[in-house]
Design a protein around this ligand. Structure first.
Ligand code: GLN
Length: 281
């Protein structure tokens, strides 16, 4: 094991980086291109690169941006400044949508506020017959999504559009979204590391509900009757988001939990009566 690993781990520890050894390991492994245990020595260029990466980490930049990639649902995804880092919580949203799609030959799916494209790509990979679209307003996010779509060579169609403007992409069996959902108060109290991520991927007004209300009202008409709407939510937002779906005539509404037992996903089905968006029909 190279001494630079020990040196960087120590520096990270002294500077209060929470997972000092893990982060140091990731940096050395990326620079060397092999597992830490197999790294005998680094050359001078590699040491310079590793030291630069370590300096950025000490300044608080997220490890994922420094590495330029992160894993989501077993897939390598490129990330960097301007795109939200895929979170493990979001894998739960993907699993729930996959469960619902079981037995469905070729669902037509759209992922709203796709960011890196993580949800869209994971769904398309697991449902090879699906037609998957992904939408984001941010050119920076979409450039990462494009790179990820190309890297995985999966047929995900990207669209640059504002999710809060009238949609024109046809009818879907599934609408899935991890929209911005932090409240103004949560934005004020963000951990320094999260401040490196785009505020536009996080902030959602005083109550954090701006996108749930807007997306549900604007997009429900693009779901086929009986189609699924699935949102990732903040752990305090279950009742409020379920209420938004109820007001919009959805049925089968459920608040589901992540593996840390926090409310994390709200799902609902569009009423079976076309043209009738009230729950009782
Ligand atoms: N889960 C993210 C966080 O806590 C928020 C993601 C989002 O707003 N969609 O940082």
């Amino acid at each position: 094991m190279v001494s630079l690993y020990r040196e960087i781990s120590r520096l990270f520890g002294e500077n209060g980086i929470p997972d000092a050894q893990f982060d140091a390991r990731c940096i050395i492994e990326q620079v060397a291109g092999k597992p830490l245990e197999c790294v005998q020595a680094l050359n001078a260029d590699q040491e310079t690169v590793a030291n630069d990466m370590a300096r950025r980490r000490i300044k608080g930049e997220p490890l994922q941006y420094i590495l330029g990639e992160w894993e989501f649902f077993g897939m390598r995804l490129f990330v960097g400044e301007g795109v939200l880092i895929p979170r493990p919580d979001t894998e739960r949203l993907v699993e729930i949508v996959l469960d619902w799609c079981r037995g469905f030959e070729n669902p037509r799916i759209i992922d709203l506020c796709t960011g890196s494209g993580c949800i869209a790509l994971a769904l398309q990979k697991m449902l090879p017959g699906s037609e998957v679209h992904a939408l984001d307003v941010s050119p920076a996010a979409l450039s990462f999504a494009k790179r990820n779509v190309q890297y995985h060579a999966l047929p995900v169609t990207l669209h640059q559009a504002d999710v809060l403007k009238a949609p024109d992409f046809g009818t879907f069996d599934v609408i899935v979204s991890n929209p911005p959902y932090l409240t103004d108060a949560e934005m004020q109290a963000l951990q320094p590391e999260i401040r490196f991520e785009p505020a536009s991927a996080l902030e959602a007004g005083v109550d954090g509900l701006r996108f749930y209300a807007g997306i549900t009202a604007l997009w429900k008409g693009t779901l086929r009757p009986g189609g699924l709407l699935a949102f990732e939510i903040g752990e305090q937002q279950g009742a409020a988001v379920a209420g938004i779906l109820r007001q919009n005539g959805f049925t089968g509404i459920e608040v589901l939990q992540d593996y840390a037992h926090h409310d994390r996903v709200v799902v609902g089905l569009r009423s079976d009566c076309p043209g009738n968006d009230t729950p009782i029909c």
